[in-house]
Ligand binder design. Structure first.
Ligand code: PMP
Length: 424
C-alpha cells in the first residue's frame, strides 16, 4: 500500500509547483486531487514517482506509449538522430519517408502535413475543410475532444441544432458560432443537422471511437451511415484518429471498421512519444494548403527530426512485430476478466472498450455523452485512488480511456486484475 507519507516528495513538489505553474501542472488532466504524483522516470509498463513508488501504468501518457515507456527501438532512433542535430528549419528525407509510410496505411491520406500536436492537426484540418468547401460550419460530436483550440472547445450537451457556446472564458462566442453538436451513435439526429445546414456545412469531425469520454464504441453501422450521409450531402468527413490511429490497427479505426473518411488527423503514437501531429486527406483537398494553395498553415517545429525519426522506428516495429494482434488480445482478455469481476461482485457497472482500450464505467454502458455523464464520477475517483494505492495507475477520471501496451506482462495484468477485484 502507498500511504500519504510515501508521497511526501510529490506533495512538496506540488506546493512549489503551484506557485509557478497554474494548478501545479502543465495540462489540466494531470491535476489529480489532492495533488498529483510527480514522475521521476518510466520504463516499460512502469512509472516511478519522486518518492520511489512504482505503478503499473495504464495511462501511458494518454495514449502515445503503445510500446510502453522508454522503448529501446525508439530510443535508439532518437539517439541516432540527436547525433545529426535535432532541428534544421529545412525539409528532410525523414519526413518524406514517414509521410510515405503513413499514406500507405491510411487509404484516406494521399498527402499529409506534419505539425507538432493533435490540437494543431485538428485546427489545421478544420481550416482546410472550410477553405476547400468555402463553408464555415462544422459538426462535432457531443463529448468529442479535438484539442484545445477555440472552435472545438464548445460545451457539449446543448441541443443538437443549437449553435455552440464556448466552453472556456476567453473564446468569443463569435468564434464558436459555426460549431454545431450532434450526439454520438445517433444517425437520425446527425442526418437532421446535416440536411438542415448542408449549404453552410464544411465538415463533420468525429473520433471514430469516442476516447475522451470513454471509450465509447460505434454502434454497428453508425460510421458507415455517417460516411453515406456526408457523401450524399457533399460534406467532408474528418476522422480524428489522434487516439485510434496506429492503436486499433496500423490503419487506425478506418482500417478496423472499413470506413474511409475524406480527411484524417493523427498524433500520439505516430511520434513514438515525441511531439507530433498529422493532418492528411485526398490530394485535391491537401493541395489547397500553403504553399501549394491559399489555406495558410505553418510551424517552426513541424516535422521535427527526432519526432519523425521516432515515428519511422515505431511504425516499422509495430508492423514487423505484429504488435496490434498482441496488444488487442491483451485488451480482449482484460475486458473479459473485468466483466466476470463485475458480474461476480454483482455491480451495476459496465466494461467498455475495443482493441487495447478499456474502461469500467460506474454505471450502464454509455453510447453517447449524455449517457456517460450519468455514471458515478465521484465513486470512480475514489476507486482510482484505491488502485493507485495498490500500485496501479489508471487515468484519473471516469472519462479517460485506459490503455494497455505491448510492455505489459502477464504478471502485470494479473496483478492489475487482482487489484480491480480488491478495489471495486
Ligand atoms: N484529438 C483527440 C481525439 C485527442 O484525444 C487529443 C488529445 N488527447 C487531441 C486531439 C489533441 O492532441 P494534443 O493534446 O496532442 O494537442
Amino acid at each position: 500500500m502507498i500511504s500519504e507519507v510515501t508521497l511526501e516528495k510529490s506533495r512538496q513538489m506540488y506546493e512549489k509547483a503551484k506557485t509557478l505553474i497554474p494548478g501545479g501542472v502543465s495540462s489540466p488532466v494531470r491535476a489529480i486531487k489532492p495533488y498529483p504524483f510527480y514522475t521521476a522516470s518510466a520504463n516499460g509498463s512502469k512509472i516511478k514517482d519522486l518518492d520511489g513508488n512504482e505503478y503499473i501504468d495504464y495511462c501511458l501518457a494518454y495514449g502515445p506509449a503503445l510500446l510502453g515507456h522508454n522503448h529501446p527501438v525508439i530510443k535508439e532512433a532518437i539517439k541516432a538522430q540527436l547525433d545529426k542535430g535535432w532541428l534544421y528549419g529545412t525539409p528532410t528525407e525523414l519526413e518524406v519517408t514517414l509521410a510515405e509510410k503513413i499514406a500507405g496505411y491510411y487509404p484516406s491520406i494521399d498527402m499529409l502535413r506534419f505539425v507538432s500536436t493533435g490540437t494543431e492537426a485538428t485546427m489545421s484540418a478544420l481550416r482546410l475543410a472550410r477553405g476547400f468547401t468555402g463553408r464555415n460550419k462544422f459538426i462535432k460530436i457531443e463529448g468529442g475532444f479535438h484539442g484545445a483550440h477555440d472552435a472545438v472547445l464548445v460545451k457539449a450537451g446543448s441541443g443538437a441544432t443549437t449553435l455552440g457556446e464556448p466552453d472556456s472564458l476567453g473564446i468569443p462566442a463569435d468564434f464558436t458560432k459555426y460549431t454545431l453538436q450532434a450526439p454520438y451513435n445517433d444517425i437520425e439526429a446527425m442526418s437532421e443537422l446535416v440536411e438542415k445546414n448542408r449549404n453552410e456545412l464544411a465538415a463533420v469531425i468525429i473520433e471514430p471511437v469516442l476516447g475522451n469520454i470513454g471509450p465509447i464504441t460505434p454502434l454497428p453501422g453508425y460510421l458507415e451511415e455517417l460516411r453515406k450521409l456526408t457523401l450524399e450531402n457533399d460534406v467532408l468527413l474528418i476522422f480524428d484518429e489522434v487516439i485510434t490511429g496506429f492503436r486499433l490497427a496500423m490503419g487506425g479505426a478506418q482500417e478496423y471498421f472499413g470506413v474511409v473518411p475524406d480527411m484524417t488527423t493523427l498524433g500520439k503514437i505516430v511520434g513514438g512519444g515525441l511531439p507530433i501531429g498529422v493532418f492528411g486527406g485526398k490530394r485535391e483537398i491537401m493541395e489547397m494548403i500553403s504553399p501549394s494553395g491559399p489555406v495558410y498553415q505553418a510551424g517552426t517545429f513541424s516535422g521535427s527530426p527526432c519526432s519523425v525519426a521516432a515515428g519511422i522506428a515505431v511504425l516499422d516495429y509495430l508492423e514487423q512485430e505484429k504488435i496490434h494482434e498482441k496488444v488487442n488480445s491483451k485488451g480482449d482478455y482484460i475486458r473479459a476478466v473485468l466483466a466476470e469481476i463485475v458480474e461476480d461482485e454483482g455491480l451495476d457497472y459496465s466494461v467498455c472498450g475495443i482493441a487495447s482500450m478499456f474502461k469500467i464505467f460506474f454505471g450502464a454502458e454509455p453510447h453517447n455523452y449524455q449517457e456517460a455523464l450519468k455514471c458515478d464520477k465521484e465513486g470512480y475517483l475514489a476507486f482510482f485512488h484505491r488502485m493507485l494505492a495498490s500500485g496501479v495507475f489508471l487515468p484519473p477520471s471516469q472519462f479517460e480511456t485506459n490503455f494497455v501496451s505491448a510492455a505489459h506482462s502477464e504478471e502485470d495484468i494479473e496483478k492489475t486484475l487482482k487489484a480491480y477485484t480488491e478495489n471495486l
